[in-house]
Ligand binder design. Structure first.
Ligand code: FES
Length: 199
């Protein structure tokens, strides 16, 4: 047998072993998933999640995953909150009162939130679903226009949003970023995905 043939057979054996090993991992995972009933699986995927904001400093943002989506919690500074009126006065946002956008009744206000200090929003662009990037600082520091008041920029087609997730005029995104259902369990704990009255 030539050296070349031996090497070729050895390679085939190694590949076959790897595939069997991989199949073993998959086989081990399947019984666990299969052990959940369809309703349990649906419940687990859609279950509310708690965002602990006790360590979140003013000006910082955290991301939690809810229903497979990134939900942002931004702790806005007083300056960030004040920027919302500036953006609106300059006539930059296309739906300032979020009439055409998705949010619960309690978020139908200028800050689009229960408490002005905390923005809770789905971090998915309403154009084609990319995740916008943070451009939280004002002015040219973030590579934005000199009069930029802070917000978010979608890297895919350039939609810009203010610090309440309101889309600017003449952007590809048709509506503001969605606000999910949520409620405060305490001053430092937010339940995302459930806004029922029960405690
Ligand atoms: S996906 Fe955001 S601008 Fe197109």
């Amino acid at each position: 047998m030539s050296d070349q043939k031996v090497n070729s057979e050895r390679r085939t054996l190694i590949m076959a072993t790897s595939v069997v090993g991989g199949a073993g991992v998959v086989a081990a995972a399947v019984p666990f998933v299969a052990s959940l009933s369809p309703s349990e699986r649906a419940k687990a995927a859609g279950a509310p999640v708690v965002a602990d904001v006790s360590q979140l400093k003013p000006g910082e943002k955290m991301v939690v995953k809810w229903q497979g989506k990134p939900v942002w919690v931004l702790r806005r500074t007083p300056e960030m909150i004040a920027s919302l009126a500036k953006v609106e006065e300059a006539g930059k946002v296309s739906d300032p009162d979020s009439e055409k956008s998705v949010q619960p009744e309690y978020a139908k206000n200028k800050a689009r939130s229960i408490k002005d200090e905390y923005l809770v929003i789905v971090g998915i662009c309403t154009h084609l679903g990319c995740s916008p990037s943070d451009k939280l600082k004002t002015g040219a520091e973030e590579g934005m226009a000199a009069d930029w008041q802070g917000g978010f920029l979608c890297p895919c087609h350039g939609s810009q949003f203010d610090l309440a997730g309101r889309v600017f005029k003449a952007m590809p995104a048709p509506t503001n970023l969605d606000v999910p259902p949520y409620k405060f369990l305490s001053d430092t704990s937010i339940l995302i995905g459930d806004d029922s009255k029960e405690a």
